[in-house]
Write a protein that binds this ligand. Structure first.
Ligand SMILES: *Cc1c(COP(=O)(O)O)cnc(C)c1O
Length: 421
């Protein structure tokens, strides 16, 4: 064997090591094909995580970017938009999502863009109604719906989103005229049973929601809701109703993401980092039609390797960061005692592993750009249409075809007429 004398390769490719069974190593050895699920993740597997396996089994590594079933997450979840699309370009997009490209010709059709906006509004009303029936919460469908729904996890950075809303709350108190438009922040997602940090994030979202709700200085402008029990059925109501899709994981940490694709198909604009399939979404729509901020994956990996990131520098240099971080650790939230100390400590004592403070100001800036853009309704609608029109490659039809052709090596055959609408 070529690598028998390379100590490093041997050490990094053991199945049994340090008292553990290294399951991913076992999986790579036992597999004929190992795919990352988006370009960036595949690159990280080859060059970082499994670089020694890549030297030995280079031929096994390949990329098959994830997809979502557009007949579930567009056709079934969003009948109004589906009807509008079919009226415009005929029904073939249901079998061939690539046909959505035909929507591009409507880019300057004012009447179509207005209908697109109307459909979004109706989907927001549908969501608002269901939330009112099920949870008694009132949402204003006229406000912009800024949505982050996904499992609660430190790397997905729901905390970054919450700190942004705390910043907006402070702004609403200190310079009320600076808060334009009214914004609804919708969160959903489950925390694993033993994951204390994630449960604390949920508690923080609900506490902030309550605080804003009961403060007449801001409650006409800002609203925060946490929807319990996020699941696919709820997703089918939420994705079609979103204006902004929050895809803000620390670059390099999200393998692909699929929520990002579901939002895009339904015409939401992505506010995100260059992580997972956001990279391919950017390639598909062009950089003027996606709202990217923050460190790149290479920068994150460099900082992590060098240990040179110091959250206290951000804290001292940026008074907005300082104010919000201190509010986690003060009497800002009534009767909360030490409740949010875990979150404060994750940032300031345990060195902000997910670069929340580092990305804070670029996130705020890009969010504000989107907020401004929302006032230019026609431009907004055109970007929304561009996203829908370019979402075809994120249909799982494409993904499954790639698996068939390159991994399973079987003939791909579509089964027609399995759906009605
Ligand atoms: C799509 C989906 C996810 C994945 O969302 P990400 O934003 O990619 O993490 C998780 N849960 C449910 C219920 C979904 O429908």
């Amino acid at each position: 064997m070529r690598f028998m004398d390379d100590e490093e390769v041997i050490r990094n490719t053991h199945i049994l090591k340090d008292g553990y069974i290294w399951m991913a190593n076992l999986a790579i050895i036992g597999s004929s094909s190992v795919n990352g699920v988006a370009q960036l993740h595949t690159k990280i597997l080859k060059n970082e995580v499994f670089k020694d396996y890549f030297r030995v089994f280079g031929y096994k590594f390949n990329n098959k970017t994830n997809g979502v079933n557009h007949r579930r997450f567009l056709l079934a979840a969003n009948p109004k938009l589906s009807h509008l699309i079919t009226e415009a370009i005929g029904p073939n997009w249901k079998e061939d999502a690539g046909e959505l490209k035909k929507l591009h010709v409507l880019n300057n059709d004012d009447s179509f863009l207005e209908q697109l906006f109307k459909v979004k509004h109706e989907n927001k009303c549908r969501l608002a109604k269901t939330i009112k029936t099920n949870y008694g919460l009132i949402l204003d469908p006229q406000s912009i719906f800024d949505v982050q729904v996904k499992r609660i996890h430190a790397y997905k950075r729901q905390l970054l989103n919450v700190l942004k809303i705390m910043y907006l709350y402070n702004k609403g108190i200190n310079e009320p005229e600076a808060l334009s438009g009214s914004q609804t922040f919708i969160f959903g997602g489950k925390a694993a049973p033993g994951y204390h940090y994630a449960k604390t994030v949920i508690k923080l979202i609900n506490t902030l929601s309550h605080k804003i709700e009961h403060d007449p200085r801001v409650n006409q402008k800002l609203k925060v809701v946490f929807l319990p029990n996020f699941n696919v059925s709820q997703g089918e109501l939420i994705y079609p109703a979103a204006d902004i899709s929050e895809q803000i994981s620390t670059a390099s940490k999200e393998a692909s993401g699929t929520g990002n694709m579901k939002f895009m198909m339904n015409g939401a604009l992505t506010l995100g980092t260059l992580d997972g399939a956001n990279v391919e979404i950017k390639e598909a729509v062009g950089e003027e039609n996606i709202f990217i901020f923050g460190l790149t994956a290479d920068q994150v990996l460099d900082y992590t390797r060098s240990g040179r990131y110091k959250p206290w520098d951000e804290y001292h240099d940026n008074s907005d960061v300082r104010t919000c971080v201190d509010q986690l650790n003060s009497g800002f939230f009534d009767n909360m005692g030490e409740e949010f100390r875990t979150l404060y400590d994750s940032l300031m004592i345990y060195n902000d592993e997910f670069f929340i403070l580092k990305d804070f100001s670029s996130y705020l800036k890009m969010h504000e750009n989107l907020q401004t853009l929302y006032r230019y309704q026609k431009d907004w609608n055109r970007i929304s249409l561009t996203n829908i029109a370019n979402s075809g490659i994120f249909s799982s039809d494409r993904t499954i075809r790639e698996y068939s052709d390159w991994i399973w090596k079987i003939r791909y055959r579509t089964v027609n007429s399995i759906y009605s609408t």
